[in-house]
Each structure stands twice: as C-alpha cells, then as structure tokens.
Design a protein around this ligand. Sequence first.
Ligand code: FEO
Length: 387
Amino acid sequence: MKAVQVKENIYWVGGIDWDIRSFHGYLTPRGTTYNAYLIIDDKITLIDTVKHYLFDEMLSRISSIIDPAQIDYVVSNHVEMDHSGSLPRIMAVAPKAKIITSPNGEKGLKAHYQGEWSYTVVKSGDALNLGNRNLTFVQTPMVHWPDNMVTYLGEEKILFSNDAFGQHIATSERFDDQIGGDILLEEAGKYYANIVLPYGSQVQKALEAVSTLDIEIIAPSHGIIWRSQIPSILKKYHKWASNATENKAVIVYDTMWGSTEKIAYAVENAFEAKGVSTRMMNLKVNDISEVMTEVLTAKYICVGSPTLNNNMLPTVAAFLTYLKGLAPKNRTGLAFGSFGWGGQSVSQVEDVLKGADFELMELIKLPYIPGKEQLEETTKKIEEGIK
Ligand code: FEO
C-alpha cells in the first residue's frame, strides 16, 4: 500500500477501517480511517499511529517512502487506542525513535503499554526542530481526553489536529475537495455530537489557541483532510462549541402499544404548527448516536416513554443516560408518555431533563389510548407553551 502525498515530503500513512460499523457504540455506517502522517526532513517524524489491527497497512504505507527504522520521532497527540494502538509495534521496528507527547500523554501511554521507550514531554508553545521545519505543540486538554494536544507545522501551515475536526468516513479519497461537502459536514457534526459535545468550553479555548496560527491544511486523525473548506468547518466548530441551537424540535420516543407514539405525533403537530422544524426519532428504528446528531442543533428535546414495571422503557433510559453524559446545554425539554395505572415514567424522564438543566415545558401524561380530542387538546396546549 502506498503513502498519499499531502505536501512535498509530507505523507498520509494511515489505515482505512472499511468494515467498522460501531465505534464504541457510535454507529459508523461509512466506516472510518485512523490517520497517521509522515514528515521527511533531517529528522523523520511520524505523527500518531493507527488502531492495532491496521498496523501492517500503516507500515506498508510508511515503507513505500522510507525504511521505518529511520524514524526519529513519533508524535503522540492522543493516547486513545485508535491512535496509539500501533505504538508498541512501530517502536519495535523504529528502535531509535523518541516519543513526543504531552505530560498527560506520557502518563497515559505508560499506563497503557508499560513500554520502556524514550519520551520527550512537550507543553503548549514548545517547538521541535526537524531540520528545515519546526513542529510546535498546543495542549488541548479534554478535547476530549486529558492528554490531547495538536501539532502545528508552521513552514507548511499544517495543523495536525488529531480528533478535532475529524469525521468517521472510510474512503480512498483523502481531501475535502474530493468528496461531497454535505457528507463531510454531516459526519463532522455526528462526530462532534457523539464525542466532543461535553467539552464545548475546552473546544472554545482550543479554537482560540489555534486562531493565531496561519492554517492552510487541517489534518485530523479520522476521515478527510481539510484544505478547501477550512472556514466552513471552523465556523461549525465555533457554533457547536457555543451550544448555539436552531428552531428545531427532536421528538425521541419509544412505545409499547402505540399510545405514546400517538402523543409523539401530537407533539410534532404542535411544533409544526408553530413553524418549528421537527425530527421524529422512534428509538425502535433510530440509534441513540443518530438521535444525538439531531440533538446537536435542536432547541427543543422532547422525550416520551410509556411506563413498564414502574419505570420508563429501557431504550429511553439508555438514550437519556447517553444524553446526560454528552451534556448539551441551553435546551428546552418536554417529557411525555401514556400510562395505564402507575405512570411513573413521564416524571422520571422529566427528572433527567431537569437534571440536565433544560428549561422545562409542562409534561404530557395521558391514560391508556388517547382519543382524537385529547390529542388535539394536547397539541393546542403544547403550541401555547412554545415560545
Ligand atoms: Fe479518535 Fe479520542 O480517539
């Protein structure tokens, strides 16, 4: 397998994971890539590695340019194993290589691999001379692990951003002008919603830190390399990091006998009547990672569940656990559902939405099978509550 030239003497040498469909639970219908980059200078540098099972692919791409034993530095921007999983094997074939990483990177790598490797620990602003070019490092803690950093190659105006600006897409194309922009931004949004969303304030700090850099290429560790649409992806990151929302309602629900679904449609009718864009997301057919992609930009989050064994349905509980962890802010919540006798589910749903600091609309709870009039009244009541 061959390396792909990014600029003269700078190559993509990553691995393409065509088959992956679940990335620790996040559905990845388009697969993904783990991007590693090789810089040829007086000092030969590898930036990040790939998931362990794609080591041979990475090695083959590196070997199409140089003998891997010549590698002087391996920059580890992030400890997570999709980027460090091949470190033990690359260090075995590149015995003179030093690992360049952040203070938390060193701790994390030692705790993962116990390898007796030579480390150079770098902090924000530190530089490493490669001969004709220099790498500069910027720590970006909690975007999305404590060890994260990005690496900037000033002479070439390339930012190696690791997870930031990534997307889960497996393609043979490597650059943003080679595939559709809509797909790219959709996948970048899904990635942000499912991985980066809890860390908006840290993302804002990272965006501020890199705003002083002159960037022509953003080379992330997943998916496509940005070179033509950098203003678009930066604009999106600013928006997502600020928790800015659109006039959109996501109606997420599961149903046992169809009654909670009837209420879900009554909720949808209300938002539609008020000119709010709606997304109906039945948890029987939508994965929670897909729901989160819509939640990313939605002002209204409406969650419905009937009561089963004094509880909400497990599918709804799973979604709410995921939502709570990803912690979107500045949203309005609405809990709804049908019930037979106990009816605990709706207030349980509402408790979670309240715990997430959502502004609450009045909950909707209807017994057994709601009739046409009840549903119309429900729609009217919700319409009145939409600001
Ligand atoms: Fe792509 Fe946080 O690893």
